[in-house]
Design a protein around this ligand. Structure first.
Ligand SMILES: *[C@@H]1O[C@H](CO)[C@@H](O)[C@H](O)[C@H]1NC(C)=O
Ligand SMILES: *[C@@H]1O[C@H](CO)[C@@H](O)[C@H](O)[C@H]1NC(C)=O
Ligand SMILES: *[C@@H]1O[C@H](CO)[C@@H](O)[C@H](O)[C@H]1NC(C)=O
Length: 499
């Protein structure tokens, strides 16, 4: 095994906050400065007079962003959270919602792992949609500020869905520039006064977009139903009926809950003819759902879709491939580094519930390796993707495998590996996120200026791509969404050059 003593960066660890806090704690002391700065900003950007600035002065009905309205389209945004797999499943639901409601989907960036959490639906303890939207907004600002913004569409290949007009999309950065009436420009970081006022303005318009000031006519409709009260459906004759999963008496008494969960028809509630229909922007909170006790926690649109388009999309979103750059990196690693048939072992050992299940996780690997050894393979090549740093392998089953180098040959990928860095550079250069949907002429603020020195963290996706090429099989961690995602890739045979 190469470089076994190198401690692998743990991508599952929450990132440290950027060196600047977006919202200074000592805001009070800054208020006079901020006022002056806002004024400077206001005067020098008169042609971008923003709604929110007017709002803080006069309390008359707001006008929606005229730039956004001029597009003649209606939009939908939502607040993704938790890890990547979770964000991906929400993204798929968002595609579905956008299609059903015939709105342009605002494509979010990939958020840091667990930078934003929802809570627990079965326990009826979740962040409200409004608070979730605000946390997501703040985190995105942090990503922009830290120059770590990477769009979901930079990672997930949307080309087919967009080129067939199955969905319409717009990049979050473009959307926000239009909504806020200002160009987000990281070049400002050279000028701290400009930067401060830009982020203060962003904070304010984010607050509006999150629905913090309520809905405004024709501009914003914020969906405040969440999994405590609502299961969205798109089937006939279900609107308003009680869902089969309700808080039980014990929970009701213990937590003093008064929630009743109803099934609501998404089209009837938020589509044409509803109060939301005329709003330029429709804002959801989480779009996460999971099967629970015979029902779904939040979205139950599986069968009996009402129209062929939804049926088509349901099939399409079952599996969304990674962009070609990521898939080729996986194939390259399989062909040029492993160079032999191999097994992929995805071992999630540290995060959350997984740290208590080492034994079960390793047992499955052990069994698989025993049966591979029976076939006379020697040595067995294994690609390992795990959150356990290599320095900690020694006292685990992985340590045994490393020591038994006659029988096993182990491979890992690390963030600092040339292949990973090269692929990250390619993704940044490809900039898929800004290739779909409307982009104003000359829009490059955040595209060019904000793009890294810092390369995005794409190790996980390449690891998944490598595992999709493992011809000796796949052993995943029970209950891990990463394992599910790899199974799905393997089922869809995305690796054309199986080794
Ligand atoms: C969907 O929205 C687009 C763009 O706003 C519009 O042109 C089209 O007519 C709408 N389709 C339906 C079926 O309402
Ligand atoms: C339970 O909630 C209701 C309103 O939802 C409130 O009026 C009542 O005081 C609460 N009871 C306890 C014991 O907290
Ligand atoms: C990994 O190793 C480090 C340093 O030896 C140690 O502090 C840490 O507790 C270990 N973690 C696990 C999960 O064993």
């Amino acid at each position: 095994m190469e470089a076994a003593n190198l401690n692998r960066a743990n991508r599952w660890k929450k990132r440290h906050t950027h060196r600047f806090s977006v919202f200074p704690q000592s805001l009070l002391t800054l208020i006079p400065t901020l006022l002056v700065l806002s004024l400077i900003f206001f005067l020098s950007y008169k042609h971008f007079v923003s709604d929110f600035l007017q709002m803080s002065r006069i309390s008359q009905p707001l006008q929606c962003s005229s730039q956004l309205e001029a597009l003649g389209d209606k939009f939908i945004w939502y607040a993704p959270h938790s890890g990547f797999s979770n964000q991906l499943s929400e993204f798929k639901n968002a595609i579905l919602m956008a299609a059903i409601l015939n709105r342009t989907l605002v494509i979010p960036p990939v958020l840091d792992h667990h930078a934003v959490a929802l809570g627990s639906c079965p326990k009826f303890r979740v962040l409200s949609p409004k608070d979730l939207r605000l946390s997501v907004w703040n985190h995105i600002i942090e990503l922009i500020r830290g120059r770590r913004y990477i769009s979901m569409a930079d990672i997930v290949d949307l080309s087919e869905l967009v080129s067939t007009s199955a969905i319409r999309v717009i990049d979050f950065r473009v959307f926000v520039s239009m909504w806020c009436g200002m160009e987000i420009d990281c070049a400002y970081s050279e000028d701290s006064e400009k930067e401060l006022s830009m982020f203060e303005n962003l904070r304010q318009c984010g607050s509006l977009l999150s629905g913090n000031n309520g809905n405004w006519n024709k501009c914003l409709y914020s969906v405040d139903e969440d999994c405590r009260t609502t299961v969205w459906t798109y089937q006939k004759n279900e609107d308003g009926v009680l869902d089969s999963f309700q808080p039980d008496e014990q929970l009701k008494n213990k937590k003093n809950l008064s929630f009743v969960r109803r099934r609501q028809d998404i089209y009837k509630s938020l589509g044409p003819g509803s109060g939301a229909a005329s709003a330029t922007v429709l804002a959801f909170g989480s779009l996460f759902t999971a099967p629970y006790k015979g029902s779904e926690s939040y979205i139950d649109i599986h069968d009996a879709p009402r129209d062929p388009h939804t049926e088509y999309l349901l099939k399409k979103i079952e599996f969304l491939p990674f962009v070609p750059e990521i898939m080729s990196a996986g194939k390259e690693f399989a062909l040029e580094t492993v160079k032999a048939p191999f097994l992929c072992a995805q071992l999630r050992l540290l995060d959350g519930q997984f740290k208590n299940h080492w034994e079960a996780t390793f047992l499955r690997l052990k069994q698989q390796l025993e049966s591979l050894k029976q076939t006379g393979l020697h040595p067995v090549h294994i690609f390992v993707m795990t959150d356990l740093p290599i320095g900690n392998w020694t006292r685990s089953y992985l340590g045994n495998l490393v020591r038994d180098s006659n029988a096993f040959k182990l491979f890992v990928l690390r963030e600092e590996d040339e292949l990973v860095k090269r692929t990250a550079k390619k993704l940044v250069a490809a900039g898929y996120g800004l290739k779909f949907g409307f982009v104003p002429e000359g829009f490059d603020g955040i595209g060019k200026h904000c793009h890294p020195p810092l390369l995005p963290d794409i190790l996980l996706y390449i690891e998944e791509a490598v595992c999709s090429c493992a011809s000796l099989g796949f052993v995943g961690t029970a209950g891990s969404t990463i394992a599910e995602s790899i199974e799905l890739m393997r089922k869809n045979a995305v690796c054309l050059f199986k080794v």
